[in-house]
Write a protein that binds this ligand. Structure first.
Ligand SMILES: [Zn+2]
Length: 285
């Protein structure tokens, strides 16, 4: 059976979602596909449906919070000055790049889907075609490298993070936004138990690679990075179209954020129960 791509352990259980087999690593908590996803199938999905466009609009509020936190952490690690450089991996339509550029960051992006690697409308920013290893060494070092909902598709996360780490300046940061899979599974159980009451669709989504706080901590340790894990901010409105009435969903999400942040504080940073996970990795200065 395929070994865990994070910690190399053999998986201990198998489950199925939409008839696809998923392996569970009991050592680090990663849940991953037995067979890696066909990149061409994924590319078709992104080109035909482009789910990123709707979701990106709802992320605007999160973008500012991430850049603020990056500047705070960089100041704390001793990186001073202005003209911060950013690389966004899996840049999509370039919406985060545009946002960061308006905030004064020097930005660069890379994305593997050819149709999306055009110049983002109304800017002189360009997105390079491919993945991190394809990026020429002209762009050698960055203060911040971001992966917004990208790690779920990376077949060799240890290799990817080592490469990203090599391209960081001293005191530089990597930001990863991922789904918090144990919470997604808990949501699925609640949905399964209550679905006769309403017409909502299953809120659970399984990706090729599904992370937990434990698998993220293991990944950070393997590449020798310091790490900081937090509840992720949620997107605004009903970006994924799971229910009726975006306003009600938005209010519910804000309540969930307050509740999960309360638990995070009460447990002294141990409990991360938001459906999304914010991960910061950094290099010793
Ligand atoms: Zn593992």
């Amino acid at each position: 059976m395929r070994r865990c791509p994070v910690c190399q352990s053999y998986p201990t259980s198998v489950s199925h979602f939409h008839e696809i087999a998923y392996l569970h690593c009991k050592m680090c908590g990663l849940v991953y596909r037995e067979t890696p996803e066909d990149p061409q199938e994924r590319e078709r999905y992104y080109r035909d449906l482009n789910p990123a466009a709707a979701v990106e609009v709802s992320k605007q509020e999160l973008y500012g919070a991430v850049l603020d936190k990056a500047e705070q952490l960089m100041n704390a690690t001793g990186r001073k000055g202005t003209g911060y450089t950013l690389l966004d991996v899996g840049a999509g339509t370039g919406s985060f790049m545009r946002f960061a550029s308006r905030q004064g960051w020097d930005v660069c992006g890379v994305d593997p889907v050819p149709d999306q690697t055009e110049q983002p409308a109304g800017t002189d920013l360009s997105i390079h075609s491919g993945t991190l290893p394809d990026l020429s060494s002209t762009f050698s070092e960055f203060d911040l490298i971001t992966y917004w909902d990208v790690m779920m598709y990376i077949d060799d996360p240890v290799h990817e993070m080592n490469l990203a780490f090599q391209r960081l300046r001293k005191g530089g940061l990597i930001y990863l936004r991922v789904r918090n899979h144990p919470v997604i599974r808990a949501m699925e159980k609640v949905w399964a138990a209550t679905k006769f009451l309403h017409g909502w669709s299953n809120p659970a989504v399984y990706h090729p690679y599904n992370y937990s706080p434990g698998s993220m901590r293991t990944l950070a340790t393997y590449i020798g990075a310091h790490h900081d894990l937090n509840n992720g901010r949620l997107t605004r409105g009903d970006a994924y179209g799971v229910g009726r009435g975006g306003r009600a969903i938005d209010t519910a999400k804000r309540l969930v954020e307050r509740f999960t942040d309360g638990l995070h504080i009460l447990s002294a940073g141990t409990w991360i129960v938001s459906p999304t996970l914010d991960v910061w990795l950094w290099k010793e200065n």
